[in-house]
Each structure stands twice: as structure tokens, then as C-alpha cells.
Design a protein around this ligand. Structure first.
Ligand code: OGA
Ligand code: MN
Length: 297
């Protein structure tokens, strides 16, 4: 069967039919997938039954894989894999149970934000457990030319603890661990607008989980502008909501989308996902140059 594409929403997202990510993918099909990904930003495959190793192998076809910057989140058997779950892990509450509760793009608090992420669903509560995506090209393109001219010039300060609530990743982490995480992930400065190297289109690059402020603005100015832009990014017309089924694979481009995982399910039911992540291109710089430190080491 040859590959076909079914759009899932106006703003972004498409289902890929006729390709099994667990099977052999030839160069021609890979090229078609890359093109579809550029066209739709989020690709969905259904019924993908595979091992973590197969997920790693499929993801690698699109680029080099990153190890999660927070070491304790790497899967002990397969370090390229990061488990997002509310299940008990080694008898303790999972560290990743609250991942994604605010709109974000992955690793936006680093100077090499990951290009893309692949999330595979193993288990999902009987209802909810959705993931939402928004199209950051459209968020930019739907601004007035005057506002585009302003945001083109701006930079944001992004931080793992951007919101001050540590909600980007972690809830209920002890102060020592949070301190270590801050130390290896110091604040970064990034252009607010990003040109996608594949499509040449401009996208807004900011999010309420990581973005602390607009560089060079006072607090009132920065708060007001960020509020306006965060609203701009999540208008319903440019959002796709994914209702998971077990064995769905969803792959998204972090350079032109943000995503959100609301707590829209019964927490006593298990939700279990596995993520692989592509290493990104450099974007931005440290706010203060750290002394002799290797991020992600
Ligand atoms: C992630 C993430 C959302 C989800 O893995 O990067 O934000 O729905 N997950 O689990
Ligand atoms: Mn995420």
C-alpha cells in the first residue's frame, strides 16, 4: 500500500496511512515522510507495535538522538528513551507524572533545543490523557505586519524554571534536585522568531512554561506582551488536540509547534508514553556564560 495523508485539523496535524514505522522504510518513503512533516508539523501513525529499540531506530532515520538533559529521566535500559508516565516507578511516584502541563516546546530552555520529538503510547486512561499542539508558524503569520516587525527584533529569556513554578517538567521535586537542575540548565536568551531551515517559514518561539521575560523590557511591558503572544499561540483555530489510542505514534517538530498535556483524566488510571528526541540546531546563547560546564553531559 502506498503512503497517503489525512489532515486532522485546519491548523496542523495529519495522519499517515500505508506506512508502518516498525517496518522497513526506504529512502523514497523517508523523503515523503519528511515532506509531510514539513507540511503538517505533527504526524500521527496508528497501530504501531514495537520495542523501545525499534522506536530508537525509526527516530534515528530523521536525525541524531538526544539524551535527556536531566540524567535521571533517561531510561536505564535505553538511554535515548524518556518515559512519561504516572505509574509507580521502582515503587515511587513517577518523576514525569506532571510533564507538559503548560504549553511548551521540548528543551526550549537549552541553547540547542531539540528539533523534534516522537511519542509512543503504551497505555492511556479510558478517557482523556490528550495532547494538544499549536502551529507556531500560524501564530506568527496571523500577527499584523507591524507586530511582526516588532517581534522580529526581540529576544526572550527562557529557563527550565521559567514560570517560577517549576512546572515545565517536575512537580514536587526536592529543593536539592531543583538546585542541581538549575545549575546544569542556566537561563538562555533566544530570538523570539525562528526561521525553520526546512521550510524557510518564520515561527514564534516562546512558551509559558519556559519563557520568563522579554530581554530589554521592563516587567510590565514584558508581562503584557507575553500575555498577548501566549494567547495568540493557542487560539483554537491553530490547535490540534490528539486523543490517544494505545500504539499511536505522534511525531512533532519543536521548531514550529508547542504542545500541552492537560490533567484531563482519572489519575488512578495508568498513562504511559515513551519519547525519543532529535538533537537540535544551536538557537540562542546563555544569559550569563557558564564557566566550564557541559550541558547535557
Ligand atoms: C513530552 C510531553 C506530553 C504528553 O513528552 O515532551 O510534553 O502528552 N508529553 O505526555
Ligand atoms: Mn513536551
Amino acid at each position: 500500500m502506498s503512503m497517503s495523508i489525512r489532515r486532522l485539523a485546519y491548523g496542523l496535524g495529519a495522519e499517515v496511512l500505508g506506512v508502518d514505522p516498525a517496518g522497513e522504510i526506504g529512502a523514497a518513503t523517508l523523503g515523503q515522510l519528511v515532506k509531510a512533516w514539513e507540511d503538517h508539523q505533527v504526524l500521527v501513525f496508528r497501530g504501531v507495535e514495537w520495542s523501545l529499540g525499534q522506536q530508537v531506530a525509526f527516530s534515528r532515520r530523521f536525525g541524531e538522538l538526544e539524551l535527556h538533559p536531566l540524567k535521571y529521566l533517561r531510561n536505564p535500559d535505553c538511554p535515548e528513551v524518556f518515559e512519561v508516565t504516572n505509574r509507580l516507578v521502582n515503587g515511587k511516584p513517577s518523576e514525569t507524572g506532571e510533564v507538559g502541563r503548560m504549553w511548551h516546546s521540548d528543551g526550549a530552555y537549552t541553547v540547542k533545543p531539540p528539533t523534534a520529538s516522537f511519542l509512543h503510547c503504551r497505555q492511556i486512561p479510558e478517557s482523556g490523557g490528550t495532547t494538544w499542539f499549536c502551529n507556531m508558524y500560524l501564530a506568527y503569520e496571523r500577527l499584523s505586519a507591524t507586530m511582526q516587525g516588532i517581534v522580529d527584533q526581540l529576544e526572550v529569556v527562557n529557563d527550565l524554571f521559567g514560570s517560577g513554578k517549576t512546572t515545565a517538567f517536575i512537580s514536587g521535586r526536592d529543593a536539592n534536585k531543583a538546585g542541581e537542575e538549575s545549575a546544569v540548565n542556566p537561563p538562555v536568551v533566544q530570538p523570539m522568531v525562528r526561521v525553520h531551515p526546512g521550510t524557510g517559514r518564520k515561527a514564534l518561539f516562546l512558551n509559558p512554561a519556559a519563557t520568563r521575560r522579554v530581554l530589554g523590557m521592563n516587567e510590565d511591558e514584558s508581562d503584557a506582551l507575553l500575555k498577548l503572544l501566549f494567547q495568540q499561540c493557542t487560539k483554537p483555530e491553530i490547535v490540534y488536540c490528539h486523543y490517544w489510542r494505545p500504539n499511536d505514534l505522534v511525531m512533532w517538530d519543536n521548531r514550529c509547534t508547542n504542545h500541552l498535556a492537560p490533567k484531563d483524566y482519572d489519575g488512578s488510571q495508568i498513562r504511559q508514553m515513551f519519547r525519543t528526541t532529535l538533537v537540535g540546531e544551536p538557537h540562542g546563547r546563555y544569559l550569563a556564560e557558564p564557566a566550564g560546564m557541559a550541558v547535557g553531559a
